[in-house]
Design a protein around this ligand. Structure first.
Ligand code: FAD
Length: 446
C-alpha cells in the first residue's frame, strides 16, 4: 500500500468503497453517469473531507466531488480517481430567526431541506426536484418555483465553509474572504468543497401550483402572450412553459404553462393567474393550493442506459419574441426535443450583474432543450437539435451551467462572460492554483 493511502486510512473516519466491495457498483455511479473510480470516500466530518482532499493531492489522483449526484455532465464520478461523496454531510439546522438562518450540510438534497423547514413555515428558493443536491444547484445558480420572488438559490446564501485544495477550512461571506464568496455564487465547485452552507430562509405559506394547458395550434400566441404578461406580473408568480414534449404527443402535445403563485390568498392568486388563463382556449387546468414542499417532484431515477442531454441559453427582452416564434415553429416538427422555457426577471434581475459570479441577471427567459433516451436515439436526434440551436443562436446568449451536459471551451465561455471569467481566474489562483477541482465547468488557474 502506498504511504499516501496508509496515512489517509489512518486519518479518515468515513466509509471507503473500492472495487470489489458489494456496494461498489452503485457507489461508483452518479445519477446520470457511470464511472470506475479507485476510491469512493464518504466523509462524516469536515476533518474527513480534509483528509480526502489531502489524499487525492498526495496520490496525484483525479478528484470528483459529489453532492446530490444529479449533475448532467457526469462530474460526480471518474475513472481511476477519487470521488468525495458528501451524502453523509446532510444536516439541516435552523440557527437564527431574524433573519431565518439555516445551516445545511454540503451533501444535503433539496428534499431534505424542504422536509426540515416545512414544519417551521420556512422555505428556500431552490429548484423543482427533491433529490437534487444543494451543492451543485446552489454553486451555479438555483432556478426554482420561487425564483422571481426570492431570486436564485445562490442569492440566498449568507455564508459557506469550504475545504480548499490545500486541505484548509475557509469561511466565505460578505465579511470574510469576500472574493471567494463572490466566486462560489456562480463559479461552481472550482474553489473547494463546501461542507456547509448558511442560507437565509423565508417564511412560506401553502402555494397555488399546477398547469394550464392550451391546444398545440395556439402555441405561438400563447407563448408570446405569456412572456408579455410575465414582464409586469406579480413577482409571486413564477412560471415555466412546456413548449414541446415528444413523449407527450409530439407536435400535437398541448402547450403547458406551469405556474407557482407564492401565497395562499385565493383572490390574489386568481388576479395573478387569470391573465394566463385568458391567453387561449384552456383545455386543462389543475391549479390547486398545496404545501410548498409538495410542489417539488421526487426525482425518480431514470432506467439504466437512459441519457439526459440538456442544453440552455438565455433570452433578453429584445429577443424574446423571435425566440418564442422559433420555438413555436420547431415544436411542430416530429424531431423536436423536450423544450421548456423558464421565467426569470423579478428578484434575479435586481441583483447587479457583477455582484455574483452568476452574471445572466438581465435575461427574461431561459430556454432549455433536453434530449432523452437510449444513446442511439439521442445521437440520432442531435442534428435536428443543432439546427434548432443554429436558428436560436442570433437571439440568445450565455448558458446555464446546471442545464448543460457538456463542458467544452464554448460552454465555459457561455457560462462566464469574459470579465466574470477573469475575476474567477484570480480567485482560482489563490485557492486552487494546481486545479485540483477540475471536474466542473472549469476555471483554469493559468
Ligand atoms: C431531475 C433534475 C431536476 C433538476 N431541476 C433543476 C431546477 O429546478 N433548477 C435548477 O437550477 N437546476 C435543476 N437541475 C440541475 C441541477 O441543478 C444540476 O444537475 C446540479 O449540478 C445538481 O447538483 P447535485 O449536487 O445534485 O449534483 P452533483 O453531480 O453531485 O454535483 C455537480 C457538481 O457540483 C459540484 N458540487 C456539488 N456539491 C458540491 C459541494 N458541496 N462543494 C463543492 N462542489 C460541489 C461538483 O463540481 C459536482 O461535480 C435539475 C437536475 C435534475 C437531474
Amino acid at each position: 500500500m502506498s504511504s499516501a493511502l496508509e496515512t489517509f486510512r489512518r486519518d479518515f473516519g468515513g466509509d471507503i468503497v473500492e472495487p470489489g466491495a458489494a456496494e461498489y457498483e452503485s457507489a461508483s455511479r452518479s445519477r446520470l453517469a457511470s464511472g470506475s473510480p479507485a476510491h469512493i470516500l464518504r466523509p462524516k466530518t469536515v476533518r474527513d473531507v480534509q483528509a480526502g482532499v489531502r489524499f487525492a493531492v498526495s496520490a496525484g489522483l483525479v478528484l470528483s466531488v459529489r453532492g446530490g449526484g444529479h449533475g448532467f455532465a457526469g462530474f460526480g464520478t471518474n475513472d481511476g480517481g477519487v470521488v468525495i461523496d458528501l451524502s453523509e454531510l446532510a444536516n439541516v439546522e435552523i440557527t437564527g430567526s431574524e433573519p431565518h438562518l439555516v445551516r445545511i450540510g454540503g451533501g444535503a438534497t433539496w428534499g431534505q431541506v424542504a422536509a426540515a423547514l416545512a414544519p417551521h413555515g420556512l422555505a428556500i428558493s431552490s429548484g423543482d426536484t427533491k433529490s437534487v443536491g444543494v451543492g451543485g444547484l446552489t454553486l451555479t445558480g438555483g432556478i426554482g418555483w420561487k425564483v422571481r420572488k426570492y431570486g436564485l438559490a445562490l442569492d440566498n446564501v449568507a455564508a459557506a465553509e469550504l475545504v480548499t485544495a490545500s486541505g484548509q477550512v475557509v469561511r466565505a461571506s460578505a465579511a470574510e474572504n469576500p472574493e471567494l464568496f463572490w466566486a462560489i455564487r456562480g463559479g461552481g465547485g472550482n474553489f473547494g468543497i463546501v461542507t456547509a452552507f448558511e442560507f437565509a430562509a423565508h417564511p412560506t405559506t401553502d402555494v397555488f401550483f399546477g398547469k394550464i394547458a392550451f391546444p398545440a395550434s395556439e402555441a405561438a400566441a400563447v407563448l408570446q402572450g405569456w412572456a408579455d404578461y410575465l414582464r409586469a406580473a406579480p413577482e409571486e408568480l413564477t412560471s415555466v412553459a412546456e413548449v414541446a414534449n415528444p413523449f407527450a404527443g409530439g407536435p400535437e402535445a398541448p402547450v403547458g404553462i406551469h405556474v407557482a403563485f407564492d401565497g395562499d390568498d385565493p383572490q390574489l392568486a386568481a388576479q395573478a393567474i387569470d391573465p394566463i388563463r385568458r391567453l387561449g382556449t384552456v383545455i386543462g387546468d389543475d391549479i390547486a393550493l398545496e404545501p410548498y414542499a409538495d410542489t417539488l417532484a421526487d426525482g425518480t431515477p431514470p432506467p439504466p442506459g437512459i441519457q439526459f442531454v440538456p442544453r440552455s441559453a438565455f433570452a433578453d427582452k429584445e429577443s424574446v419574441s423571435e425566440v418564442l416564434q422559433i420555438l413555436a415553429e420547431v415544436r411542430a416538427s416530429q424531431r423536436s426535443p423536450v423544450i421548456t422555457v423558464r421565467s426569470l426577471g423579478g428578484a434575479v434581475s435586481r441583483v447587479p450583474d457583477d455582484a455574483t459570479a452568476y452574471a445572466h441577471r438581465q435575461a427574461e427567459l431561459m430556454v432549455v432543450t433536453t434530449l432523452a433516451g437510449l444513446a442511439p436515439a439521442v445521437e440520432a436526434a442531435r442534428p435536428a437539435l443543432d439546427t434548432i440551436w443554429g436558428r436560436l443562436a442570433p437571439h440568445v446568449n450565455g448558458a446555464y451551467a446546471n442545464f448543460l451536459a457538456s463542458a467544452t471551451e464554448e460552454d465555459v465561455a457561455a457560462i462566464y462572460p469574459a470579465q466574470t471569467y477573469q475575476r474567477l481566474v484570480a480567485v482560482k489562483r489563490r485557492y486552487d492554483p494546481g486545479n485540483l477541482f477540475a471536474r466542473n465547468h472549469n476555471v483554469r488557474p493559468r
